[in-house]
Design a protein around this ligand. Structure first.
Ligand code: AMP
Length: 486
């Protein structure tokens, strides 16, 4: 049975706002988190970006604010901490949307890069909800402009990212100045030991909600991998993809700020409506770029990871990894920029044959294979991969997605169930973690080439000097790739 919003315990003005927004059913994280948060419980939630997590914390927060304050006076009642300015802006916007019928509630956003005089004025005028990045908030708290003694609810949004960005001490310093009896909701893409430690210090007997497995699969996003021989080849592929009419808007990810600027400038000179977004840009420029993207004035955004995190623009039909992300987790965040709000999306990654290991890490992390595609006329010269044949099931075996599922703890067994499915591929991933020189099981069985997922064979030279050298004794296979005209 599909749950409805009116069963979650929300009041009428909030339900009306949800209806006006066009949502008909709560997402899984909303269905699980809202009733518990309304009951006053602390929450430890693992959910991915795009899961509807903002409403999962903001709807109960707004409901709390529609009741009289527990402590009289002025001062912030709800504080949402986010890792980036963009996410803070997005949360602020969502708050205004969901709180449209609650007229007296004021939301203020305090982020780095914003001029102090503007910020100081906003803070002086008073705020019920503060959405902030940790560094600037702490700065303002130390200047005596933010008083958290009246705080009722603290939300840590994308807590894993805040830790990654080195905000741990800032977070602890901020939390130390909030009342112990506050309600705390912690949202994170994954719950690892660092998050668990943070949660232990900040949450009281939290309800644990985990929807990360469902979201991480990104079932509405078609993933493709294009092998590119070199940069010139990548540029030709990119040009082809961007000229395709089915592409509404795309975010193209590069690994450095410099590369983002250079590529944006190249694309601009080729006539594309393009903008760049990266951490070196002034806040005003970033805001302008995002506004242009949202309004459709930009068709292509070339971005780095940090800047693009949290972007929620529904017109993004394609995400293109011009450079692969260094961290598998960033891949999930990147591709989550498309397929927003239930739409379908396409995520395309360019990789060089030398990046096999990075691709494998991503596939292991998501428990999904990324099917290889070629564009007619733009085929790679280096056909060094033997991937699953077209038509074979897209996904790995029964293993649920999760940060540690395939990554560390059970590396050797994660894909083992595929071995018994007749593909014989269970060994290929297991052996990826063996020290150099260890042979995969299939190598011993007369060199019969496994046909399953991840069972790539490569020429010995492609692995020279690399840990994956254990595959070096495999003879080169024929690339079995899917053709597409995109
Ligand atoms: P979030 O994960 O909070 O960034 O939300 C991702 C996207 O889903 C945003 O564009 C939201 O507007 C949209 N969204 C959130 N909740 C729902 C819902 N219950 N039904 C449809 N769309 C939703």
């Amino acid at each position: 049975m599909t749950q409805k919003f009116d069963t979650l315990g929300l009041n009428k003005s909030i339900l009306d706002a949800i209806e006006a927004t066009g949502y008909t059913t709560p997402t899984p994280v909303q269905a699980q988190a809202v009733p518990e948060a309304l009951a006053g419980r602390d929450l430890l939630v693992s959910s991915q970006t795009g899961s509807g997590k903002t409403a999962a914390f903001m709807l109960p927060a707004l409901q709390a604010l529609s009741e009289p304050a527990k402590v009289a006076g002025r001062g912030v009642r709800v504080l949402v901490l986010t890792p980036t300015r963009e996410l803070a802006m997005q949360v602020t916007k969502a708050t205004e949307t969901y709180g449209r019928n609650l007229k007296r509630i004021k939301t203020v956003s305090i982020v780095g890069g914003m001029p102090y005089p503007v910020q100081n004025r906003l803070l002086k005028a008073g705020a019920d909800i503060l959405v902030a990045t940790p560094g600037r908030l702490l700065d303002q708290m130390q200047s005596g402009r933010v008083d958290l003694t009246r705080l009722e609810m603290l939300v840590l949004d994308e807590a894993d990212r805040m830790l990654d960005m080195g905000f741990k001490d800032d977070l602890e310093a901020i939390v130390a100045q909030t009342p112990a009896e506050r309600q705390t909701l912690l949202f994170s893409a994954t719950i690892d030991n660092n998050i668990a430690r943070l949660a232990h210090g900040m949450l009281k007997n939290p309800v644990r909600i985990d929807v990360s497995g469902q979201q991480a699969k990104h079932e509405n996003i078609e993933q493709r991998l294009h092998f590119a021989d070199d940069m010139a080849h990548k540029n030709r592929l990119l040009d082809h993809l961007l000229r395709d009419e089915s592409m509404q808007q795309a975010i193209v990810f590069t690994s450095t700020k410099r590369a983002a600027d250079d590529l944006a400038s190249d694309l601009h000179s080729q006539g594309f409506a393009v903008g760049a977004l990266h951490g070196d840009m002034k806040q005003a420029a970033r805001t302008r770029t995002l506004a242009a993207l949202r309004k459709g004035g930009l068709r292509v955004l070339v971005a780095t990871d940090v800047a693009a995190r949290g972007i929620d623009v529904q017109g993004i039909s394609h995400v293109i990894n011009y450079d692969l992300p260094r961290q598998a987790e960033d891949y999930v965040h990147r591709i989550g920029r498309t397929g927003r709000a239930g739409k379908n999306g396409i995520a395309i990654s360019f990789a060089n044959v030398r990046e096999t290991f990075t691709v494998r890490n991503i596939e292991r992390f998501t428990s999904q294979a990324i099917p290889v595609s070629v564009i007619e006329g733009l085929e790679p010269k280096q056909k060094a991969f033997d991937r699953k044949p077209a038509g074979a099931p897209k996904k790995f075996g029964a293993k649920p997605a999760g940060k540690f599922g395939g990554k560390f703890s059970d590396r050797g067994t994660t894909f083992g169930d595929r071995a018994s499915s007749g593909h014989g591929a269970g060994s290929s991933f297991s052996n990826a973690s063996k020290p150099s020189g260890a042979k995969p099981d299939y190598a011993k069985s007369g060199g019969a080439k496994p046909s399953g997922l991840g069972s790539w064979t490569k020429p010995a030279s492609a692995y020279a000097g690399k840990k994956e050298g254990s595959f070096g004794d495999k003879k080169q296979g024929t690339a079995t790739t899917r053709r597409t005209t995109v």
